[in-house]
Design a protein around this ligand. Sequence first.
Ligand code: TMP
Length: 257
Amino acid sequence: MNRRRRLYEGKAKILYEGPEPGTLIQHFKDDATAFNAKKHDSIEGKGVLNNRISEHIFDRLGSIGIPTHFIKRMNMREQLVKEVEIVPIEVVVRNVAAGSLVKKLGLDEGTQLPRSIIEFYYKSDELDDPMVSEEHITAFGWASPQEIDEMMALALRINDFLSGLFFGIGIRLVDFKIEFGRHFENETMKIILADEISPDCCRLWDIETDNKLDKDRFRQDLGGLIDAYTEVAKRLGILTENPTNEPSGPRLVTSNE
Ligand code: TMP
């Protein structure tokens, strides 16, 4: 069905050539992976939910002046984005101890951190995305000192804004992972937020119950992933009816599907 040129296929998304030069189409798959794809499954409806949730979050971030690659949502699974050169660094921001930080430092899960902590991971499937320092990043030329400063400043603004946004709907933003890209326009280069922000790359806990509303449901075999993501979407106010129910009977086929 897709006659567009596929440029890149990742674990949870596919990037296609966009309709205009300098644009791409980001397609959200139902694939769920963990532990560098050693654990893999397909969870029907996840891509549709992540597309909607990420659209909403990027839209809100754009409205407070965070530069992002997001242009518009095209359909249930796809969005139009600006083409960027991805900085090969995953930026993780943590507010509460969980996941790999708990394992590394022997903290109790759920411990409030003394302040928000930023970590960097080098994007390399072969190496399982190792944690790296600013020294590694600049020495190996993955990003310049100025780019690191920009990414850190944006990451902290994003954390402040999203912590408040989620707190307002009864969810604790425990941690999240974001990626940045270099966007070239009129011979200038700007660091902008790229990729996605969804429950796949955040830890979101219900404030009342500590119930996990994120991909840890898959990582830890807790089940109920779609219900959890649907709950996040509902609380964000972006669920009209049943966003995961893609039409199954006869339907109009539009050009951008
Ligand atoms: P971690 O505790 O496993 O290091 O994860 C920190 C945050 O980053 C958590 O919100 C999940 C997210 N994350 C990703 O989005 N992709 C990854 O590959 C990993 C390891 C974590």
